[in-house]
Design a binder for this molecule. Sequence first.
Ligand SMILES: [Zn+2]
Length: 56
Amino acid sequence: MEDKIHKTEFNREFRVCPHCGYKDGFHTMLKEDEQGTLWLFICPSCHQIFDIGKRI
Ligand SMILES: [Zn+2]
């Protein structure tokens, strides 16, 4: 099953989940695509995955 990745705008801080409102930060994961490695964030509460436009 391919998880849906939600594109999210990063504005100074990314701490509160835009999906469920959980406010204590995120787990992280890395995912490679054609352009390199995406830095993704997983909400510990609702488990949605967010792409805030950061790469490593
Ligand atoms: Zn959440």
